[in-house]
Write a protein that binds this ligand. Structure first.
Ligand code: FDP
Length: 284
């Protein structure tokens, strides 16, 4: 549904903002709201989904226990990641993270660290619509065939290259990066690496997953804890890349070891090929 909406966005006049900000002070785009509504509607009616956390909602949403299934899940998602790309028909995505939930959590749920995720994934709405899904021990990729409305699996057991020549970061913030990040980027220049930055985490991490390299969002003067959110951006991407043999760090330990303190908490991010991430960490 989201993919279809995006393809017809200009025709249906759903580009642009809605004239208000979300809880994080970001201007909400019409499509952020539409994608969030679609996911909330679909997931709150789903057996076993008892906790929902979205980038677009200030607080957790609690679904009713269905009684149909014994299994219960918490789902965290960024409905539309990279929304600054919307008006220019650039790549955007949906990121999600799934945890198993035990016991009665109505109205009271403690956020868990990322290593407890049972699955995570993203949809990339680019030149084609892709789903990359990480479960225990596997990362698979599916492509949507719009003619039949079905995702077909095109890859399983995906592995990130051990190293790559791409570094993906908003280099306009370089002056306010901590020194170790500056040193690493200087070494990338010396080594003749390629810079690639779409400005949408899904598109940028997807490139690194397939081609190798590293995606970064370090602390900056404007965002001292980095910009990206732990529960629905960094943890799911960390699970995907780690299940594919990569690394996912904050600069101060593994992303998936961070104990969450808030739904919209931010952390610095260093995600990618093991050799690139090691090289960066050795500069910090
Ligand atoms: P956006 O604000 O456009 O939604 O989630 C936030 C995010 O995009 C990421 O997708 C992206 O990697 C990052 O912010 C881009 O931030 P900068 O514009 O600061 O580079």
């Amino acid at each position: 549904m989201i993919s279809g909406k995006l393809k017809r966005a200009r025709l249906e006049d759903v580009l642009g903002d809605v004239g208000r900000e979300n809880v994080q002070g970001e201007v909400q785009q019409k499509l952020d709201v539409i994608a969030n509504d679609i996911l909330m509607q679909m997931l709150t009616g789903r057996d076993g989904v008892v906790v929902l956390g979205s980038e677009e909602d200030e607080r957790l949403v609690f679904g009713a226990r269905s009684g149909v299934t014994d299994e219960q899940f918490a789902v965290f998602f960024d409905p539309l990641d990279g929304s600054s790309n919307l008006d220019v028909a650039g790549g955007v995505g949906t990121i999600f993270s799934i945890y198993r939930v035990e016991g009665d959590v109505s109205g009271d749920y403690t956020l868990c660290p990322g290593h407890e995720q049972i699955a995570a994934g993203y949809f990339l709405y680019g030149s084609s619509t892709l789903l990359v899904l990480a479960t225990a021990g596997d990362v698979s990729m599916f492509v949507l065939d719009p003619a039949v409305g079905t995702f077909f699996r095109v890859a399983t057991g995906m592995q990130i290259p051990a190293q790559g020549s791409i570094y993906s970061v908003n280099e306009a913030n370089l002056d306010s990066f901590p020194d170790g990040f500056k040193r690493y980027i200087a070494k990338c220049h010396e080594a003749g690496a390629s810079a690639r930055y779409a400005g949408a985490m899904v598109a940028d991490v997807h490139r690194v997953l397939l081609k190798g390299g590293v995606f970064l969002y370090p602390p900056t003067a404007k965002a001292p804890n980095g910009k990206l959110r732990l529960m629905y951006e960094c943890n799911p991407m960390a699970k995907i890349v780690k299940e594919a043999g990569g690394r996912a760090e904050t600069g101060n330990g593994e992303i998936m070891d961070v104990t969450p303190t808030a739904l919209h908490q931010r952390v610095p991010v260093i995600i990618g090929s093991p050799e690139n991430v090691d090289a960066l960490l050795s500069e910090l």
